[in-house]
Design a binder for this molecule. Structure first.
Ligand SMILES: CC(C)(COP(=O)(O)OP(=O)(O)OC[C@H]1O[C@@H](n2cnc3c(N)ncnc32)[C@H](O)[C@@H]1OP(=O)(O)O)[C@@H](O)C(=O)NCCC(=O)NCCS
Length: 153
């Protein structure tokens, strides 16, 4: 699937909503995406033309890029899209390091990051609130640039 820059806040919000619904996490609005994309160092790359089957949003900084969010619509999962989006973004931004934060109970995302070479570099205790007065840790994960490697299909 072709991956490219996507600055369509409505499409990003729609995909974010569909991707995070099962996790009962707050969907980011189109206005929020618009505000984020107004920063010149924030970039969105999407796969699947205008309706964005999946996308990655990053903040590009001098020492690398932070993945702010990554979302794939349920019907497009396990096709290698997230893996390809990470690789594409890393190359497009020339980022020498990538890092992110993920909830420890997000099994799919933790598996994805482990298999794409991220390692746990820190932990924020009880960072995400869950229903029933329960919290889970945030894992900080990072990976250095994978010279000469590509996960894009
Ligand atoms: C996490 C998410 C982005 C993965 O997207 P995806 O396009 O399905 O991931 P990929 O197909 O690229 O998966 C690559 C590898 O990651 C691992 N993986 C991905 N999803 C997995 C799952 N549900 N269970 C176990 N391993 C998984 C597998 O090793 C997979 O390779 P395989 O399919 O050959 O076994 C997607 O499930 C999603 O949008 N989830 C909701 C939003 C979210 O949690 N975003 C991350 C926030 S930090």
């Amino acid at each position: 699937m072709k991956i490219g820059t996507l600055n369509n806040a409505q499409a990003l919000a729609q995909t974010h909503m569909l991707a995070f619904a099962a996790r009962a996490e707050r969907a980011w609005s189109a206005q929020e995406f618009d505000d984020l994309l107004a920063h010149e160092n924030i970039h969105a790359f999407a796969a699947g033309s205008a309706n964005a089957q999946g996308f990655i949003l990053l903040q590009n900084l001098p020492d690398g890029a932070e993945i702010l969010t990554l979302a794939v619509r349920p019907q497009a999962r396990r096709l290698g899209l997230a893996r390809a989006l990470i690789s594409h973004a890393e190359n497009a931004l020339g980022a020498r390091r990538l890092w992110l934060e993920v909830a420890e109970d997000n099994a799919a995302a933790c598996a994805l990051y482990a298999v794409t070479g991220f390692r746990v570099s820190g932990r924020r205790s009880k960072y995400y609130k869950r229903a029933g007065n329960f919290s889970v840790d945030a894992l900080l994960m990072e990976r250095d640039r994978r010279e000469g490697q590509s996960d894009e299909h």
